[in-house]
Design a protein around this ligand. Sequence first.
Ligand SMILES: Nc1ncnc2c1ncn2[C@@H]1O[C@H](COP(=O)(O)OP(=O)(O)OP(=O)(O)O)[C@@H](O)[C@H]1O
Length: 261
Amino acid sequence: MLEVKDLYFSHSKQRPILNGLSFSLEKGDVLCILGPNGVGKSTLIRCLLGIYDVQSGDVYIHGSNMKQLDARQVAQKVAYVPQSTTVVFPYSVFDMVIMGRNPHIGYLSAPSKKDQQIANDIIKQIGISHLKHRVFSELSGGEKQMALVARALVQQADIMIMDEPTASLDYGNESKILRLIKQISETGISIVLITHAPNHAFLAGNKVAIMKGGRIQAYGSPSEVITSERLSALYATPIEVTAAPISGDKKEEARVCVPLL
Ligand SMILES: Nc1ncnc2c1ncn2[C@@H]1O[C@H](COP(=O)(O)OP(=O)(O)OP(=O)(O)O)[C@@H](O)[C@H]1O
C-alpha cells in the first residue's frame, strides 16, 4: 500500500536528515516508528504527505509514484492525524470533522448530504456524538484528539499517518486512542504511528521501525525489534524489555519496556 524507497531529504547539504530510508506498509499494518528527538520523524511525515519534496528516492502509494500525484490525490489516499491542532475560529466538532471530506469535494462545492452522512456515521462510530456541537477549541486534549481521528477517518483514505497521537493525553485517553488505532487497522486501513513510547508498538503495532542516522536501523515485528539492548542504545539509558503476566480467563503475558532509573 505504501512503499518508501531510499528516501533522502536534507535541509542543508552538510547534514542529511533522511539518508536512504526504506520501508513498506501492507494492508492493515500498524507500523510504529521509534527514534530519539531530532532523528527526523516529523521530516519523514512531511515527505510522506508531500509537504516536502524529497531530494532523491521514491514514495509509492498503491504503486503510484507520489511525484506523479497532486496534493488532492495524495489527500484522497493518505490521512493525517497531528499531535494537536490550534484553531482560532470557533468551529464545531462537526465542522472540523467534515473538513476531512475536502479532498473529495469539488473546488466550489459544499459538502453534500452524503458527506454529512459519512461525518455523522464516523462521529457515532467512534463514540463522540456528545461532542458534535461543542466548539473544537474548547475541548480537552483527549476530546480534541478523538475529533482529529474522526476527521482523518472521514477522509476515507486507506493509509493514515499519526504523529504522536497520544502526546499529553492521560492514561485513559491514551488507551482509548490505542484501542481505536487497533480497531481502525482491523478495517484494513494501514497506519504509520510515530511514537515516543516503545510500549505502543507492543500494544497496538504489528511492525516497528527504529530510525537512526537517517535510516531504518531495525525493522520487523515488535518482539523481534524491541530488545533491551537496542532500546538502551537508542535512547542512551538502560531500558529492560520484560514480560508481565496479565490476569484473566486465560493466562497471558504482555511485553513491556521499563526504564531502569
Ligand atoms: N526547517 C528546518 N530547517 C533546518 N533544520 C530543520 C528544519 N526542520 C527540522 N530541522 C532539523 O531536522 C532534524 C530532524 O527534525 P524532526 O523534527 O524531523 O525530528 P523528530 O524526530 O520529529 O524530533 P522530535 O522527536 O523531537 O519531534 C532536527 O535536527 C531539526 O533541528
